[in-house]
Design a protein around this ligand. Structure first.
Ligand code: SF4
Length: 289
């Protein structure tokens, strides 16, 4: 990381022209020209949003910090978020989903990156025999348990600038600088051009407490400890190894879920592939009689 990047403030309150005399401008959007005098930072407890929180220290009186916990976040993460906010004097807002995550998993299924249709909640309604467990996509689970509650919290406020720790180099990015959603919320990414090493170097330089999974080989935040989703990501194996090493007491429940899902996935895959194989075995030049 260059010295300049270290020193570049994410907000430029002095350069920005206030919209009205006496009003401050925390962030003037380079994309829309809008002057935002307040912002919400969605703090996940991972290294990237932690870096944004540290960069934002001089302006924390203008920034609400939101932390969504569906109820099963790794204890390490919750402790670090609480300790960091206490240290920086942040009045943390806890965001909860509309129902406990176990109840949601019962209703919609365990999260998985590959969902056999006959185990989805939509199909289960048409089946005579109830399923022992349902399966949903990881994205849907995070959407309902984390992202929507966070969005609703923004909508309940009058703030329309959202700060995120997403970087251009991240494996999954979604939206980027310049995004204004249908509700008029503008998204800003103060560390967009940083690398993972830049972030860790910055946090070490600031004396921040770094989430311990990053120092133990896992290069991403760990969300719900019993999550069976997001297994297609680059860091999924590191995450599992970290959990087994650091939280052996969690492993029986993680294994119980993994065994159940593996059995369902294997059965459903074999059944589907055997039919596809039949189609492939039919000679291609045979004409229907
Ligand atoms: S981290 Fe996993 S269990 Fe938690 S909300 Fe997201 S998909 Fe669901």
């Amino acid at each position: 990381m260059t010295e300049t990047k270290h020193k570049t403030p994410p907000f430029d309150t002095e350069a920005a022209e206030p919209p009205e005399p006496g009003q401050t401008c925390l962030w003037r959007s380079p994309h829309t020209g809008t002057c935002h005098d307040r912002a919400i930072l969605q703090f996940s407890g991972g290294k990237d949003s932690l870096a944004v929180l540290y960069l934002a220290r001089p302006w924390l009186d203008k920034i609400e910090v939101h932390f969504a916990n569906p109820g099963a976040w790794l204890p390490d993460t919750v402790d670090l978020v609480e300790r960091t906010c206490e240290k920086l004097g942040v009045d943390l807002k806890l965001i909860s989903p509309p129902m406990p995550i176990d109840q949601f998993h019962e209703l919609r299924g365990l999260p998985l990156d590959v969902v056999p249709e006959w185990y989805g909640a939509e199909m289960a309604r048409f089946l005579e025999e109830p399923r022992e467990t349902l399966i949903q996509t990881s994205l849907n689970c995070c959407l309902e348990m984390v992202l929507k509650p966070l969005h609703h919290a923004v909508m309940r406020s009058d703030i329309r600038l959202l700060l995120r720790g997403t970087k251009r180099c991240d494996e999954r990015v979604g939206i980027g600088p310049g995004t204004v959603d249908g509700d008029g919320i503008e998204y800003a990414f103060p560390i967009w051009e940083w690398s993972d090493d830049d972030v860790l170097e910055y946090l070490k330089g600031e004396g921040a407490e770094i989430p311990r999974q990053y120092l133990n080989g896992a290069n991403d935040g760990i969300d719900c400890w019993f999550c069976t989703g997001h297994l297609r990501t680059d860091y999924a194996a590191d995450r599992m190894r970290y959990l087994a090493k650091t939280y052996p007491e969690f492993m029986p429940e993680i294994r119980r879920r993994a065994e159940m899902l593996k059995r369902i996935l294997t059965d459903e895959t074999e059944r589907t592939v055997s039919i596809l194989d039949m189609a492939l075995e039919v000679p291609r030049d045979r004409k229907a009689s």
